[in-house]
Design a protein around this ligand. Sequence first.
Ligand SMILES: [Zn+2]
Length: 524
Amino acid sequence: MLVCIVIARPIHLKNIPAYKINNRITNFPNAKPLPRIAIAGLGIESSTFSPALTNEEAFHAKYGAAIFSSYPFLSVDSPLRNKADWIPILIGKSLPGGAVTREAYESLVNKTLDSLKKHTPYNGLYFDIHGAMSVVGMEDAEGDFITRIRKVIGNETLISTSMDLHGNVSWRLAENTDLITCYRMAPHEDAMETKQRAVKNLLDRIENGKGKPAYKAWIPIPILLPGEKTSTRIEPAKTVYQAVAPASLQQGIIDAAIWIGYAWADEPRNHAVVMVTGDDKEKVVSTAQQLAQRFWDARSGYSFVAPTGTLNECLQKALASTKHPFFISDSGDNPTAGGAGDVTWTLKEILSRNEFKSANGPSLIYASIPGPDLIKNAITAKVGGQVKGYAGAAVDARYAPPLLISGTVESIEYGDVNAAIEAVIRVGSVHIIVTQKRKPYHKEIDFTRLGLNPRKSDIVVVKIGYLEPELYAMRADWLLALTPGGVDQNLERLPYKRIQRPMFPLDKNMKEPDFSARMVPSLK
Ligand SMILES: [Zn+2]
C-alpha cells in the first residue's frame, strides 16, 4: 500500500492544479483557491501651511515581499497570512511634512498601478493610507488614488481601507472603498490593531461570501480641531472614542469610525467625519448618527491636552518648578504633524536667555534642529572640540533666520534612518541635538543613544505636540508652548480659504448641523 502511494504520487502532482500559498505549493485535490488580495497605499500628513515640499524618497517605498515586514500580523505562518494569496504591491510612509510634489505623487501612484496591472485579477485590496496627503496642484489626493486603482482592479474587487483618525474621508473615497476604518486612539497606540482589523474584515467578507457591505453611512461634522485638543487619553475625546468599539461589535455592523480630520490643509474635505458600514440599515444609520451627534455635542470641551502658554511663560514655569524633567512641546513646528521641523525661533529664544548662558545653569535638552553644515563642522571638530556654524531655517525661515550655533561637540552618532547623522552640541547649559536630516524625538533611546539623559535633565524641549507615550511616562511636568510654525496650534491664526464654512471653532454661533446619515452607494 505504501509503495502504491509512493509510485502514484508523481501522477497526482502532474494532474492536480497546484495552489500557491505564500510561495509554498500545496496540493489538495479539493482545495479551494485562496483569495487573491493586493496590498497598496501611501501614508503622510502634509501641511499646506508649511513651505516645505515632500519628495518621493521621503516615502521609503517598499515593494513586493518586503511589504510583509510592515505588518507583524502577516508574518510567515501567521493565521491571516495563510488565509490568502497575498500580492504586496507598494506601500510608502513618510514623516509628516509639506505638500507632496506632483512628480513624487505621480511616480508612486503609477508604480502602484503598473504593478497592480501585472497581477490582476484580485478578490480584495487592502488600502493602507493615512488620509491627509496634500499634493501640489491637486485636491483630495487619496480620492484620486483610489479612483485610479479602481480603474485597474474594477468595481467588483473588495477594497478595505485603514486610516489615521487625522485623515480626511471625502465622499469620493467613501464611494470607492467598500470597508473603511481608522484608529481609535490618539496617540495612536492601536495603529497596528487597526490595520489588522481592516485586513480581517476584508478576509471575513470574502470568506463568508457576503462581499460588499449592504450599507455605508457617511456623516460630515463641521469641526476642525488640532490633534492636541483631541487626545483620547482625556475627556471629552476619551468618552466619544470609547463608544466606537462597542458600536462596531453590534450585530449587523462591520465597522464604525470617527475621523477628527487634519487641520493644517486648506481643502473642502478637511473636517471631522463618521462612517459606519454593515448589513443592517437601521443599525448602520442610527449608530452613525449617534456617534456624530456625540462628537458634536462634546465640541466645547475639546481643549489642549496639556496646559499651554507662550514660550516665555512655559520657560518661566519650568525654571521655577521643582518637578524635573519638565517637558515643553515646541508645538508650532512639530515635524510629526507636518511642520518643516527646522524653525529656529524657539531655540533662538532659549539661547538668548541669561539663565542658560553658563555651563552651570539649569540643564536643557533641545530636540532638535537640522543643520547639515554644522554636522560637517562637528565631524571635523570631533567629540570634545569646539564647533561653530549655522543650523535650521533652510525650509521655513518665516519666523527666524538660520541660527549661528557655537559650542562644544558632546557626541556624534551615525546611521539613524531619519536623521542619518546626529550631533549633540553644548552651548552654555543647553544641549542641542543637531541632525543632518530632520527627525522626530519620541523615544527615550533617541536621547540616550546620543549620551543624553533626559530623566536627569531639568528641562527637555521637543518639537512635538502631545507627548508620545515614552516621553509622557517620563515627564515630571509638561507644558505645550504655542510657538509659531507650519502647524500652528492656534487655528484661528491660519489663513483658511477653501475649507467649508461655517466650521467650529472658527465660526461662532453655528446652527445645529444636519446629522442625518448620507448613504454612500456601492460601486457596481
Ligand atoms: Zn494621527
